[in-house]
Ligand binder design. Sequence first.
Ligand SMILES: [Zn+2]
Length: 413
Amino acid sequence: MTSLETLLEKARQYEEDLISFLSGFVQIPSVNPPGDMSQAAAYVEEFLGKWGLPTRRIEPEKGVITIYSSVGDGEDYLMLNGHMDVVPEGDHDKWSIPPFSGRVVDGYLYGRGASDMKGGLSALIYAYAVFTQYVDSLDKKLSLAAVGDEEVGGRLGSLYMAKELGIRPRYVLLGEPSTLGYYNIGEKGIVWYRVHINGEPAHASVSPYVGRNAIKMATEVINRIYGLAEIDFDVPEELLEVARKSGEKARKMVGAEGLEKIFFRLSCNAGIINGGVKTNVVAPNCTVEFDMRIPHGLTVDKVIEMVRERLSDIEGVEIEKVAGEDPNYTRPDTYLGKVVEESAGAEAGIRPEPSLVMGATDGRHFRAYGSEAVVYGPGEWERIHGYDERIKVDDVKLAYRIYLRTLYRMLVG
Ligand SMILES: [Zn+2]
């Protein structure tokens, strides 16, 4: 059996190839929407084929492709997971380096998807290829999924795999950009809903004595709903510490006072308002659309119920749920998380901490089917989905070596 030292030694020779692979990957505009992954999928397929690794194409809808590969046998296996799709690049003139150049300048590789998340995915793909190449007689299973449908929700990517194909690994390691000092074990939930307010029209000249103005009522509705964002909720005991630390991290990163409470509270945004018919008519109707992110311990249904209760004494109010997902998490003491911590410690002297995030990753789709999902990957947060997205080349290489150590520990011991 190859020793860890030998594996890491062998791995060094592929570091520059890894960066060229990433550059080529970024040059493929796998933008979603529209979400045609043909070119990106062929790129990954070809690479795995060259390394003699099996590939399976999962294509629930034409062009929406996931490349899946696995070696070895066993039930309690580990999956490496990353998405190939990227968000639209926006106005090319706002980029100082073209969005699909994959160019390296001063130690950073630039382009849409560099951080989110072709950098992490490339590191996972290389770790998978090199590990399976040099560690023989593996008696456990390991798999890799380069998915094609993350940026629009994952229904035809990771969710499809878990739900329709029954691909439900014990552990999933996702290479989304958590930055190397943290790994994510849980995500807040989300709910979108509309509040429809029905008033009573009248002539403007006799207002506010006659009629009931739905726009005026909306101000009361909005204030009451924002009040929900001032309540501290109870998160599950085992998440207390992580929720507190994640809040501190968020406050520091964003630089907004109060944000440290975000993992104990609902966020609240009234994003769209529509109402009224004419300036001289007392508004007979108004609709306000809300987005709330849900802390662990609450559910979508519970939030809707609280909103309903808050507004119950206002006549003519209806609440319409538009979309929602409950919060999700993997236990903070998950073995995979501990291995990632130790691997990062041994490789780089960093001790990544478990944390919660406000946004969603594909981890939630596997958690829903019992997997323990850990999100750990390189990237630069500030420019994700923005202009001049980039990733530090050294971070990609470092992530690759940390992944190799993680694989060794998980599969060999
Ligand atoms: Zn992503």
